[in-house]
Design a binder for this molecule. Structure first.
Ligand SMILES: [Zn+2]
Length: 509
């Protein structure tokens, strides 16, 4: 979309199709664009696939712009019933009119929009092209706040046209689930990104796709197309919301490049979620060496949640070097919004326990828990068909589940001292992990060694970044120590745990 077709007095609805009639690929790399929403990359996903229906499904599945207002209004009304900080009726009416105006502009399509600064592009011929910054919203279909926040940022960029290093792309996650306001259709898309599943989707014809296979295929096609660009580094910011009330926070694999971005966001950092859940999109992207962070913005339909996400995007864009603080006119307010929302909470929490849940297990969280709430060992947290579920340790509750779908019931974590983060940064900078295998009870897992039978077959052949820790010998050897060196627990077996070193990616600076 050329700039002159995108007036600065923003339209209230963007056309769902490519209005210029040009081949979509030729639009993307034109200089000087804010491109709010076209789905050409989804089409490219179909290339090489024997799918007679042509481009992968977006056009026929994309609801018209009139769809979203009703969908978001329904969500708003649903929230009104149990929102403890209920506003007055007139406030609510005004707010929901504001939301409706905003939601009228929400394009429910794979690429929500893009932004590049034309002058920076010209300058980039002599300097760095800056990073590729990808925002993803709605990986869970009942979490549209991230889509709305991305759109707010894109609209403001389009209007203010600040200097911008690199390229911003905003992507919608589970489109079909967003359409239904459900977390997913058949499988949780954010548990779908194991290497095995990605390989399976790549190798199977698109006709064999489950709904979430199809989402993954299309999203992956967008990522891969974007990663072909000139930017040497990619940052993925995945925006989520939760069913329980609570402050915003960041989740990520603990790599130094992720820390660089997270330090720009004054909200708690949660480490270790990717050790206890498998197949998140962030885990996959992190494994590919990219910066990958998720922000939990707050309760699904709380109106503050969109603002938290928006502030997180601005702060992360500045931390990534895409924008300078002085080029975001209200940057201090955006940062303060997050700081206030997270006031009094620990800056780093490590996940130590995941309570799993299976379908029809009768899981029910005791009402009233919110993110970061302190609990003591033995406190009653939930019930299921087998009886009471009590806290196995003293710590803080994270992501208590108050909704029907999902196989995570809740998590428990504990504060980590920033001192240890400093220590681990120094250890990693020194590559001190190279001597870890000299410790008693620790040995390297070499490709082809018997220990690889515990490993993912797709990874075992090529990697020598694994350690086998014999827990009988190294019994005083806590997982936290391995974390300091940049390892994460992968495969606990009887007497043995395999740790794998995280991909640290490119250093900053
Ligand atoms: Zn989510």
């Amino acid at each position: 979309m050329q700039r002159d077709s995108f007036p600065s007095d923003l339209p209230t609805g963007f056309p769902a199709s490519n209005p210029s009639g040009l081949p979509a690929g030729s639009l993307r790399r034109e200089a000087g664009k804010t491109d709010l929403g076209h789905s050409d990359i989804g089409h490219k996903a179909g290339e090489g696939q024997a799918d007679a229906s042509g481009p992968i499904g977006l056009p026929d599945l994309m609801p018209g712009d009139e769809f979203l207002p009703a969908f978001l209004q329904a969500a708003e009304e649903k929230a009104g019933g149990d929102n403890p900080e209920r506003r007055s009726q007139s406030d609510r009416r005004n707010q929901s009119e504001g939301d409706r105006r905003e939601s009228e502009r929400l394009p429910l399509r794979r690429i929500i929009g893009t932004y590049e600064d034309p002058e920076a592009q010209v300058a980039s011929e002599v300097s760095s092209p800056g990073p590729l910054f990808v925002v993803i919203g709605g990986v869970h279909g009942n979490e549209p706040a991230g889509v709305r926040a991305a759109l707010r940022v894109l609209e403001r960029l389009a209007f203010e046209k600040p200097r911008f290093q690199g390229r911003l792309v905003a992507v919608a996650g589970n489109l079909r689930a967003l359409e239904r306001d459900e977390r997913y259709i058949e499988d949780d898309l954010n548990r779908h990104w194991t290497l095995e599943a990605v390989e399976r989707v790549r190798s199977q014809g698109s006709r064999a796709d489950s709904p979430e296979d199809r989402e993954l295929r299309e999203i992956l096609a967008v990522f891969e197309e974007e990663l072909k660009g000139p930017q040497e580094r990619a940052i993925f910011l995945d925006l989520h919301t939760s069913s329980g009330q609570g402050a915003p926070f960041i989740c990520m694999g603990d790599t130094l490049q992720n820390r660089h971005i997270s330090q720009g966001l004054p909200i708690p950092l949660i480490l270790g979620l990717e050790e206890v859940i498998r197949g998140s999109m962030l885990e996959y992207l992190g494994e590919q060496g990219h910066c990958a962070l998720a922000v939990e913005g707050g309760q699904h339909t709380d109106t503050r949640t969109v603002s938290h996400h928006e502030a997180a995007i601005w702060c992360a864009l500045v931390a990534a070097g895409c924008l300078r603080e002085e080029d975001v006119s209200d940057f201090a307010q955006q940062r303060d919004l997050l700081r206030v929302a997270a006031g009094g909470l620990p800056s780093v929490v490590e996940i130590l326990h995941r309570q799993a849940s299976v379908e029809n297990d009768g899981f029910e969280m005791v009402p009233g828990f919110h993110n970061f709430e302190r609990v003591h060992k033995g406190d009653l947290l939930a019930t299921d068909n087998e009886g009471e579920i009590r806290a196995p340790l003293t710590g803080r509750v994270l992501l208590p589940r108050y909704q029907g779908q999902g196989d995570d019931a809740f998590f428990l974590g504990r504060r980590v001292s920033p001192f240890w983060l400093g220590v681990s940064a120094r250890l990693r900078a020194m590559r001190a992990e190279r001597v870890l295998h000299l410790l008693p009870g620790v040995r390297r897992v070499l490709p082809g060694s018997p220990a690889t039978r515990y490993s993912d077959p797709l990874q075992a052949s090529s990697k020598d970044n694994r350690l086998e820790v014999n827990t009988r010998i190294a019994r005083f050897f806590p997982a936290q120590l391995m974390h300091l060196f940049g390892y994460r627990r992968r495969t606990p077996m009887q007497g043995v745990v395999i740790f794998e070193r995280r991909c640290e990616g490119l250093p900053w600076g």
